[in-house]
Design a protein around this ligand. Structure first.
Ligand code: G16
Length: 547
């Protein structure tokens, strides 16, 4: 240990736009590069916390542009604020699930994760920051609101004068009295995965000629996927595509959806298809799984994982329950019912799963936004979901398509789609939502074509563990036949507003499980447009992204 460094107090002025959204603060990179902008938010985080003096803080990010500079700012501020140890991923790299795993493994006080997730990176793209608590998950609203409150009145922040810390070599060093430990970003996560899944069964699967393509999208999962898939599990070299994390993700949009990972979809549907195609996003918490000739919706993936998790050693005792975000399809509910375990419906945002996981109420969680995970960490976990699928495939010795089809035959199929209207004017988006709220009371009982509205509301969630209430979490129109339309404004965009429309219809009859999704949902899609007057409020004739 070296002597404590003098604390430097830097005068600043408050910014008024630092309210964390669905997952931390996400803004254009240039906003974060303004003098004091990042430092203000970091000080607001530290000022909202109590009792961290002398304790450990984990810091890492997805490697996007400004990651390294941000880490140096955070290190010096964490030193000045009195943390005893800072644990950093080498080169500043930690995937979001790995950061969660490290916080838990190292029993850290908390962590700062730098990412704007699936949003593009670069000087003209997006950056983000969020705080995770000691359980490893995103801070609950109580803390994010306290951070926001501090950010509005901040007048100064604390830092130290010190040379930049070498974060590219493993080992320990001291900045003043604070230890800085640079760790292998992959090791703890890799060991955790080996403890949950049957690696020898998956190795045998690959050895038998099973083929895979995993697109890391030039984002953070490359090193993890190479080490685990090609290293530990013996997948053929070249299985991992775009495996080097790049600051601008190779100019791509690291969102593993049917628009930005269409090449994988096309490959999976072609004659040259491998047995499975998969991808993860910028920070490694989202997943995409497509079997040969079979796309798996995230909602179906959650349900199938819940139904089959017991095949993986880490879950062989069965699962305690399942949680899904409200807009996620009800497919998982049917599985939970059959298993006789609890099912919880939370607002959008992984942070809402934390209490349920900590309390042991649920083991598996998932969201329609390409997220699935379990109680092994407190974030969704892209590679975990892919490994779970590999484990299921290795044990069941069936194809992805066979497994999906068998699942639908047993539980019925939830046709599901999300229509996004990105970067629309904020006024129009707010007017659309206000218009819907006005209509809510008059909708029940109304008949539209073959559909009768059974109920309509603005979703609110009473957390069963801490009693906190989250209101206005999405407008639901529920129909008598179990179909739903849900409307929400995204909490992760960085320009204008994004309207998300979620459409779902349940089909129990296996003879009707082969419809094209948009066709199966056509009546609901048209109705979603007319009830909300989407064209009038957005000026758009069609969604930007359909998933
Ligand atoms: C974040 C949250 C997820 C949420 C998603 C989309 O994911 O962690 O819980 O479902 O955003 O949120 P919204 O619909 O508000 O844009 P990620 O992968 O972006 O961190």
């Amino acid at each position: 240990m070296t002597a404590p460094l003098p604390i430097k107090t830097v005068a600043t002025r408050a910014f008024n736009d630092q309210r964390p959204g669905t997952s931390g603060l996400r803004k254009k990179t240039k906003v974060f590069e303004q003098p004091h902008y990042l430092a203000n938010f970091v000080q607001s985080i530290f000022s909202s916390l109590e009792g961290f003096e002398g304790k450990a803080l984990v810091v890492g990010g997805d490697g996007r542009y400004f990651n390294r500079e941000a880490i140096q700012i955070i290190l010096k501020m964490a030193v000045a604020n009195g943390f005893g140890e800072i644990i950093v991923g080498r080169a500043g790299i930690l995937s979001t699930p790995a950061a969660s795993a490290v916080i838990r493994h190292e029993k850290a006080f908390g962590g700062i994760v730098l990412s704007a997730s699936h949003n593009p990176g670069g000087p003209d793209a997006d950056f983000g920051i969020k705080y995770n608590i000691s359980a490893g998950g995103p801070a609950p609203e109580k803390i994010t609101e306290a951070i926001f409150a501090h950010s509005k009145v901040i007048e100064s922040y604390k830092t130290v004068e010190a040379p930049d810390v070498d974060i590219d070599h493993l080992g320990e060093t001291f900045v003043g009295a604070t230890k800085v430990r640079v760790i292998d970003p992959v090791a703890i996560y890799r060991d955790l995965m080996a403890s949950l899944f049957d690696f020898s069964a998956i190795r045998a699967l690959f050895a038998s000629g099973f083929t895979m393509k995993f697109d890391a999208m030039s984002a953070v999962t490359g090193p993890y996927a190479k080490a685990i898939l090609e290293g530990d599990l013996g997948a053929a070299p070249g299985t991992v595509l775009n495996g080097e994390p790049l600051p601008d993700f190779g100019h791509h949009h690291p969102d593993p959806n049917l628009v930005h990972a269409k090449h994988l979809y096309d490959l999976a549907m072609s004659d040259a298809a491998p047995d499975i195609c998969a991808a993860s996003d910028g920070d490694g918490d989202r997943n995409l799984v497509i079997g040969r000739g079979q796309f798996v919706t995230p909602s179906d993936s959650l349900a199938i994982i819940a139904a089959n998790a017991h095949l993986a050693p880490g879950y062989s005792q069965g699962i305690a329950g399942v949680a899904r975000s409200m807009p996620t399809s009800g497919a998982a509910d049917r599985v939970a019912k059959k298993l006789g375990v609890g099912i919880f419906e939370t607002p959008t945002g992984w942070k809402f799963f934390g209490n349920l996981l900590d309390a042991g109420k649920v083991t598996i969680c998932g969201e329609e936004s390409a997220g699935a995970g379990s109680n092994h960490v407190r974030e969704k976990d892209g590679l975990w979901a892919v490994l779970m699928w590999l484990n299921i495939l290795a044990v069941r010795k069936q194809s992805v398509k066979e497994i999906v089809r068998a699942h639908w035959a047993e539980f019925g199929r939830n046709y599901y789609s999300r229509h996004d209207y990105e970067e629309i004017a904020t006024e129009g988006a707010n007017a659309l939502v206000a218009g819907l709220r006005e209509k809510l009371a008059s909708l029940p009982g109304q008949i539209f074509g073959s559909l009768t509205v059974a109920a309509a509301d603005d979703f609110s969630y009473l957390d069963p563990i801490d009693g906190s209430l989250s209101q206005q979490q999405g407008i639901r129109i529920l129909f008598a036949d179990g179909s739903r339309i849900v409307y929400r404004l995204s909490g992760t965009g960085t320009s204008g507003a994004t309207l998300r429309v979620y459409i779902e219809r349940y089909e129990p009859d296996p003879a009707r499980h082969d419809l094209e999704t948009q066709a199966a949902l056509a009546e609901l899609i048209a109705l979603a447009g007319s009830i909300a007057e989407i064209r009038k409020h957005t000026g758009r004739d069609a969604p930007t992204v359909i998933t």
